[in-house]
Design a protein around this ligand. Sequence first.
Ligand code: DGL
Length: 281
Amino acid sequence: MSSLKLSNKPGPIGIFDSGYGGLTILREIRQRLPRFDYMYLGDNARAPYGNRSFEIVYKFTLQAVKYLFEQGCHLVILACNTASAKALRTIQQHDLPVIAPDRRVLGVIRPTVEQLGTLSNNGNIGLFATQGTITSESYDMEIAKLFPDFKLTGVACPMWVPLIENNEADRPGADYFVKQEIDRLLEKSPEVDTVILGCTHYPILYKKIRHYLPDNIKIISQGQIVAESLADYLKRHPEIESKCSQNGTSTFLTTEQPEKFAEMATLFLGNDIKAHKITFD
Ligand code: DGL
């Protein structure tokens, strides 16, 4: 049985990412559902997750989920495609029933794929994501279930997350790597009409991606989609909603330097924040 110390009191909604990327999701969720409390956890000390093995991403993600549960969260969003691809199903099916059967963990891949039907005209979808997300084939599997006629072309962008984590996203060096992966996608699949930014860090490169991608290709960022899907989930699950506290606060936790996190998060969210450092064994 669970060895976690869990309180039954309502608590914040947990938002987890390997680093800063999940802030792009939090920003939209807060805008859509401002009344709730949020607890953001960025595992910056161990980011990026993108090239790590299944075992490690699963281990780190489970540690984070357990931590957030112990802080009072009853619902945790994996605001990270890599963690959603490599750890979500195992946590939902294997761990939750044992450690916290009444708590929930949700990911970002399924809600994103659900939108494709209304966005793509020709069913040719491009995916930019981490190597881990591409190799997991999680998007391929979800698309095959919901839109079996669609064709997915994935391109791994191993340099994009390090550029963002190192605050290089707006500098000229980033242009080279953004253009390189876009060219690769268009070479593999010139008929693509919709592109998924399948990593929550990538909206931070949005301007550059939009600049190099032909105008007729739509870009799907996940923030608004995940926010809408969370609002819908809470409406359908009043038993979970009643466990989410509602004072409109946000708390930020990081496994790296809190000052650096606060500086970056302030940039992304547009308001001053304070971060606290936590450590995992
Ligand atoms: N933001 C992440 C994702 O959505 C993580 C990227 C990484 O740590 O490599 O995949």
